[in-house]
Design a protein around this ligand. Structure first.
Ligand SMILES: [Zn+2]
Length: 183
């Protein structure tokens, strides 16, 4: 079984666009602003043996406000910059009551099935309360980067930066890794 860090795309891999006081997703490659400060921390997670799996809600896909080819162009860019293993997308709106929109754990469970991931040894890295709830529902530990959207519900660990979160994950991972048999 493998271990993974599930990374919420908006807010961790690219900057949240903000409309009013709500975070919204970029709709074109032109609007996509990768968070380059996350490159080195995610590289460290990859060298520690984690799969890097991005998750994202893109309800504009089903609504027609987001072009699928444009989304693919954005995701190709993110895959290249962050060396991602996979990206899982929930294309539904709240009203669809789908199983994959966070805080439901569907995207994480789908990824775990495809990649044979041990969720109890895996982590969710995000910056919104839905990420912490989804992690809890999937049996992963969550690390939230502090933002206006972390809410007051279930939290495991909240830290100021992705770099600190990555260090914490590596430490927790080493503590819990079973010792190799002697000899
Ligand atoms: Zn969905």
């Amino acid at each position: 079984m493998k271990t993974a860090v599930f990374v919420e795309r908006d807010g961790i891999l690219n900057h949240d666009c903000v409309a009013g006081n709500k975070p919204v997703s970029p709709l074109s490659l032109h609007q996509l602003a990768p968070r380059t400060e996350a490159v080195e921390p995610l590289r460290q997670l990859k060298s520690a043996g984690f799969l890097l799996i991005a998750t994202t809600h893109q309800p504009m896909l089903s609504g027609g406000g987001l072009d699928r080819r444009e989304l693919e162009r954005m995701h190709d860019t993110l895959r290249r910059i962050f060396n991602l293993d996979d990206i899982f997308i929930c294309p539904h709106d709240v009203a669809d009551c789908c199983p994959c929109r966070k805080p439901k754990p569907g995207l994480i469970l789908e990824a775990a099935f495809k990649w044979h991931i041990n969720l109890n040894q895996s982590f969710v890295l995000g910056n919104k309360w839905q990420d912490a709830e989804a992690a809890d529902n999937a049996g992963c530990l969550s690390l939230l980067i502090d933002s206006p959207w972390i809410g007051h519900g279930h939290h495991d660990i909240v830290l100021p930066t992705v770099a600190e979160a990555a260090l914490k994950i590596v430490h927790l991972h080493c503590e819990h890794r079973p010792l190799a048999p002697a000899g």
